[in-house]
Design a protein. Structure first.
Length: 162
């Protein structure tokens, strides 16, 4: 889905339909329900144009939806996952914008944070940053990074040899 600046509703979620997998709540290692959040990529981002898109400073600000849009979908997503809105819960792109993720419902989920967290910075952020650098430095392909993070962000770096 190419939907810069808006959340595209490409899946319909109902309350209680989705279930995140807690791999380690203490570490903040949660995986989204693949039936609800399989991940999605923006088809406008390709290996050929990463230099003028995701690898350009400030790119994500040009495609990120405004909080008013994401806040509406966050409520739907929280209900679907049976979660309540906590200060440390982030509506997260499974395939991050910085590696060409889409602004679609199938790519957004309420990412819980580690126990005792005081903000929304979580372990997945470091994985996203590492994948972005690896793609922009041509250490891994765009498609490889997207597939790895969508499949299991916790093991993505290991699976790619990073």
């Amino acid at each position: 889905m190419h939907s810069p600046g808006v959340v595209d509703i490409d899946v319909q979620l109902t309350p209680g339909q989705c279930h995140a997998a807690a791999i380690s709540a203490a570490s903040g290692d949660y995986l989204p329900d693949p039936a609800c959040t399989p991940g999605a990529v923006d088809p406008a981002i390709t290996e050929a144009n990463i230099g003028s898109t995701i690898c350009r400073s400030g790119y994500t600000a040009t495609v990120r939806p405004p909080a008013s849009d994401t806040d509406r979908f966050k409520a739907t997503s929280l209900a679907a996952y049976g979660e309540v809105d906590e200060r440390t819960t982030e509506l997260d792109h499974l395939v991050s914008l910085e590696i060409g993720g889409a602004n679609s419902a199938s790519n957004l989920w309420p990412e819980l944070n580690r126990a005792g967290a005081t903000g929304t910075t979580n372990p997945k952020d470091a994985v996203e940053d590492t994948l972005h650098a690896a793609v922009c430095n041509h250490k891994v392909t765009l498609a490889g990074a997207q597939t790895a993070i969508a499949g299991d962000w916790i093991t993505a770096l290991q699976n790619l040899g990073l």
